[in-house]
Design a protein around this ligand. Structure first.
Ligand SMILES: [Zn+2]
Length: 136
């Protein structure tokens, strides 16, 4: 499948961007530490130190934001969140409905009366559904 290779590439790009953002954050932190070491108190009147601090904090802020967005995006796209679906079927009329899996659900479990014919409803199937986003 062609889509698989494309996904792999984009996750490598995502990974590279995350590393880059981490490097930028590290650089910003190093700058701030450097300024504190060299100039001690930030309130000392050095405009150069203030400038360095501002750049350091700005770098951390933007890289942090980019990192946050990328991680969120990566979680949404990269990791499929499976939802478990329980299929409930009526013995008598065959009426089927689906709902989210609940603790204690198992196949052939009787789950009550049918709304349509008052027959016995049971669980006919339990399956995992992949998010629709993943289907191309
Ligand atoms: Zn029924």
């Amino acid at each position: 499948m062609g889509s698989k290779g494309k996904e792999g590439r984009s996750s490598i790009i995502l990974f590279a961007n995350i590393i880059l953002s981490l490097a930028v954050i590290l650089f910003g932190v190093t700058m701030i530490i450097y300024v504190y070491r060299e100039y001690g108190d930030v309130s000392s009147q050095s405009p150069y130190a203030m400038f360095m601090l501002m750049i350091g904090f700005t770098l951390i802020f933007f890289a942090g934001q980019a990192l946050y967005n990328m991680v969120r995006f990566g979680l949404e796209v990269g990791i499929p969140q499976l939802s478990i679906i329980t299929v409930v079927k009526c013995y008598s009329c065959g009426l089927t409905s689906e709902r989210k899996f609940q603790n204690g659900d198992y196949v052939n479990k009787v789950v009550g009366k049918c709304e349509k014919c008052a027959g016995v409803k049971y669980i006919s199937n339990i399956y995992a559904e992949e998010p629709k986003k993943k289907r191309f």
